[in-house]
Design a protein around this ligand. Structure first.
Ligand SMILES: Cc1cc2nc3c(=O)[nH]c(=O)nc-3n(C[C@H](O)[C@H](O)[C@H](O)COP(=O)(O)OP(=O)(O)OC[C@H]3O[C@@H](n4cnc5c(N)ncnc54)[C@H](O)[C@@H]3O)c2cc1C
Length: 390
């Protein structure tokens, strides 16, 4: 049976970063990288921000094909269906099986399914892959009335794109606040104003969404007792880590695959990184740069290093409705907040023991990288005043 030194399941940023780390350690050993998508690995964060402009198949590619050749990486378009951890063996959907010496699971997550009574599931769009984004772009040629369910970052960014295309958008959210994962009530309110001012019909605290009937190409949907007609329905109600493969293989999982600080799983020679991994604190990070860092550490450790993954406050940034938002909420509430405003800029800086723990910022876009550095280096209020005054 074929044996590979390193196998990486999942060709997102965590998998890519793992491969780069492995190649820093060894140029010779074999690496097999597996993707179940339809194209070369790409920057997932771009797909929902480019619906108005559209994109070509490889516009957001993380690598050129030559990079794979130059680095002796074999990219396999297939799906792993089973891991036999007692034999270090993988079973594929199409291409039989092989053995690994070290395995990194970087399978990411999948959009949560949305059930609206009797509305066929294929009538609801989701957005996780470039292929799904392309399907949404295709609808923009003939659709005018859109329902977006879920006012998290992805939903708000899609709404912004559709407004750029002059579409009619109803955005619904079950919570009181929009983007509640990343914002406090004040920043949610700021975002709410931007959404409403752009012409979107935002409905929050929604209790009931039900399907009535279809008239030609439109679906009649009742939202809390009021009927609307929609050409296209998009669900962005969150994501669930892809743990089934690991769980079925007796690798310990909770919401994600449980990992320790070295990103080792409960199975010998098996690591997990990125959106699929659940850390000792219980956290599942769900952010690009966090997945990138974890992939790197998993790759290094699989190749013989002994690095620890320390969860840092990675930021979420989004540019919508001509505003720029930056969020890295502090890990807990025991912080002092300094709030500052100047012109159209607002920031809230969270300190504990005089060290920066969190930032919410609006419209200080040109210095976003400095804010990230200040967070990573835990600047004091004095350092902020000197190096990052508002
Ligand atoms: C639309 C969208 C916009 C986003 N925007 C931002 C943003 O602006 N900023 C930010 O920080 N984060 C953003 N995120 C989150 C960010 O993209 C993720 O945190 C990051 O991509 C996670 O990387 P990953 O490698 O862990 O997983 P993924 O990128 O999900 O990659 C996992 C890959 O594994 C594949 N796979 C799964 N199971 C198997 C299997 N059995 N066999 C083979 N392949 C398999 C999947 O199909 C997928 O290709 C966004 C996410 C989405 C969906």
């Amino acid at each position: 049976m074929i044996i590979k030194d390193f196998v990486i399941i999942g060709a997102g940023i965590a998998g890519f970063s793992a491969i780069k780390a492995i190649r820093e350690e060894t140029k010779e050993k074999s690496i097999l990288w597996i993707t179940n998508e339809d194209r070369i690995p790409y920057k997932r964060t771009k797909i929902n921000k480019n619906i108005a402009k559209g994109f070509n198949k490889n516009d957001f590619a993380l690598i050129e094909h030559d990079w794979l050749v130059d680095n002796h990486i074999e990219l396999l378009y297939d799906e792993v269906t089973e891991i036999k951890t007692d034999k270090n063996e993988l079973i594929f959907n199409h291409r039989g099986h092989l053995r690994y010496k070290k395995l990194i699971i970087a399978t990411g997550n999948t959009p949560n399914p949305l059930n609206i009574n009797n509305l066929p599931a294929e009538n609801i769009h989701h957005i996780h892959s470039a292929r799904q984004a392309e399907n949404i772009i295709r609808t923009t040629r003939q659709s005018n009335k859109y329902l977006i369910i879920g006012a998290g970052v992805e939903g708000v960014e899609i709404a912004d794109q559709l407004i750029k295309l002059k579409k009619e958008v109803v955005l619904v959210e079950k919570n009181k606040e929009v983007i509640s994962r990343f914002f406090n009530p004040r920043f949610s309110q700021l975002m709410r104003k931007s959404i409403i001012n752009s012409g979107i019909n935002l409905i929050t605290e929604v209790k009931n969404i039900s399907y009535k009937e279809s008239l030609s190409d439109q679906a009649i949907i009742e939202i809390d007792g009021i009927e609307y007609e929609f050409d296209t329905i998009i669900s962005t109600i969150g994501y669930t880590p892809n743990i089934k493969l690991a769980d079925d293989s007796y690798i310990t999982c909770d919401k994600g695959i449980l990992v320790n600080e070295k990103l080792e799983t409960s199975a010998q020679d098996v690591y997990a990184a990125g959106d699929v991994a659940q850390h000792p604190s219980g956290e599942i990070t769900g952010l690009w740069h966090a997945a990138e860092k974890q992939g790197y550490i998993a790759g290094k450790n699989a190749a013989g290093q002994n690095l620890q993954n320390i969860l840092k406050p990675f930021r979420m940034k989004t540019e919508v409705f001509n505003e720029f938002y930056f969020s890295a909420l502090p890990p807990n509430n025991d912080t002092n907040v300094i709030t500052e405003e100047k012109e159209n800029m607002i920031r809230e800086l969270y300190f504990k023991n005089n060290k920066l723990q969190g930032v919410l910022m609006l419209n200080d876009q040109s210095r976003a990288k400095t804010y990230q550095r200040a967070l990573m280096e835990q600047w004091t209020p004095d350092e902020i005043n000197k190096k990052l005054p508002l």
